[in-house]
Design a binder for this molecule. Structure first.
Ligand SMILES: Nc1ncnc2c1ncn2[C@@H]1O[C@H](COP(=O)(O)OP(=O)(O)O)[C@@H](O)[C@H]1O
Ligand SMILES: [Mg+2]
Length: 212
């Protein structure tokens, strides 16, 4: 099954993700796809809200895995933690196994940015979430107003950042500041594909409820 939503603003993306977060259970795996700035981290922030985990979700840049514990005083006490993974630098499923996500999967919802083709073996069910800009050239350049300070200081920082990577091969640093550089709302198309027995009887059309 798959569903598609048009999300006019970052807040709308977060609101949909928050509703999805309320449906998730420990053991669920989400694989996020979409170019730099597509909204993967923004989406994950909303998800974290719905799950009721500790806030402060940022791009996992340079840290492969961040665990956001469920908040006992939050909206979903006793619910799953959120394990937020950036698989960008992980070249293969074997490298994914090295970071031992199996350990946390049973008690957490695991969300993997750039996880496509790397983490599918971790569970027999998953949601594939794809984010894409709804207007303009979907595969075209995505301009950053200025280089990120940390990326600029890094020895392998590129001189020009006028094009956007569309995949790991031409990635040049997700160290770009998240909220500050891309804070203009633009519509996104979000596609969710549900695979495996966990999702067989779940209709995610309900997520659209309050989206305009
Ligand atoms: N409709 C939208 N949905 C999600 N993010 C949006 C939208 N419109 C604008 N944005 C902005 O785009 C940026 C997405 O950045 P981020 O979530 O870090 O992307 P990624 O993790 O895919 O690289 C954020 O600054 C967010 O505010
Ligand atoms: Mg990100």
């Amino acid at each position: 099954m798959s569903w598609s939503f048009t999300l006019p603003t970052a807040a709308a993306t977060q609101a949909l993700a928050e509703r999805l977060g309320r449906l998730l259970r420990a053991g669920d795996l989400l694989v996020l796809t979409g170019g730099l700035g597509a909204g993967k981290t923004t989406f994950t922030q909303g998800l974290g809200r719905g799950l009721g985990v500790r806030p402060g979700i940022i791009s996992p840049t340079f840290v492969l895995v961040r665990i956001h514990p469920n908040l006992p005083e939050g909206p979903n006490p006793g619910g799953p933690d959120l394990v937020h993974v950036d698989a960008y630098r992980l070249g293969s499923a074997a490298e994914v196994d090295d970071i031992d996500l199996e350990n946390t999967m049973d008690s957490a919802v695991t969300v993997v940015e750039w996880g496509s083709d790397r983490v599918e073996h971790l569970a027999d069910s998953r949601l594939e979430v794809e984010l894409e800009r709804a207007t303009g050239t979907a595969a075209g350049p995505f301009m950053a107003p200025s280089p990120a300070p940390d990326a600029a200081n890094s020895p392998d920082a590129p001189d020009a950042r006028s094009t956007v990577p569309d995949g790991p091969d031409d990635w040049f640093g997700e160290g770009l500041p998240d909220a500050d550089s891309f804070d203009v709302d633009e519509p996104r198309v979000l596609r969710i594909r549900a695979l495996g027995p966990r999702w067989a009887d779940v209709d995610l059309a309900v997520l659209a409820e309050t989206v305009e």
